[in-house]
Ligand binder design. Sequence first.
Ligand SMILES: C[S@@+](CC[C@H](N)C(=O)[O-])C[C@H]1O[C@@H](n2cnc3c(N)ncnc32)[C@H](O)[C@@H]1O
Length: 217
Amino acid sequence: MHLHSGEQHVHAPVTPMEFRPDMRLRFLGLWLGQPTVIAAPIPSSDRLARAMASQVDTTSAGRIVELGGGTGVITAALLDRGIDPNRLVVVEANPELHCWLQTQFPGVCILCGNAFRLRGLLRKNGLWESGTACTVVSGLPVLPQSRAMKHRLLGDCFDLLGPQGTFVQFTYGPTAPIGPELLAARSLQTRRVDFVWRNFPPASVWCVMRHRLQQAA
Ligand SMILES: C[S@@+](CC[C@H](N)C(=O)[O-])C[C@H]1O[C@@H](n2cnc3c(N)ncnc32)[C@H](O)[C@@H]1O
């Protein structure tokens, strides 16, 4: 249950994943079936989820979009930061995880679909409005994707984000999610804002934003 009044809502603490052994086991099973799509054998740790959620500026207006919601640890961390569930849209491709997320977060808009086709998916659901989102938080497996896929993902996300908007992505290990060439092509910059050892695998948290000079123009 989510109790809230404006942004100061109180989110009933979501049960930590440690107490949901069945779902963790199921996640492992899904990973064994589709290792490149699920990307990790166990869900993100609470530490990583909090590190990702901490990058959202809760004073900014606009929608927050989470890509690759999985078991919902990051969704829970976002809600625990006091974000109004009505501002949150979560996209998950796996139908079983989508169903799980819907049962866990009844007040949040959870879409089942391909986040690498974000524009079409949001349009189909009447949720596409250029420049209106403040943050995109992504747990998608971005590193193994082709340049074209990353290019389209960034295009969709930065069309959706307002001028000060941020794309937050974690990667396993130290590698940046987007290479310098692609960043330059879109006048974007990135920086690693955190490294979380207490995750399996250990993960870097990256923020991608428009180049400062472009923002000032
Ligand atoms: C590394 S997991 C992270 C999940 C979540 N943060 C957690 O810890 O439970 C990646 C998630 O992205 C989802 N995913 C992969 N490709 C996707 C796509 N094209 N569109 C939407 N979701 C996708 C997977 O199904 C998986 O749930």
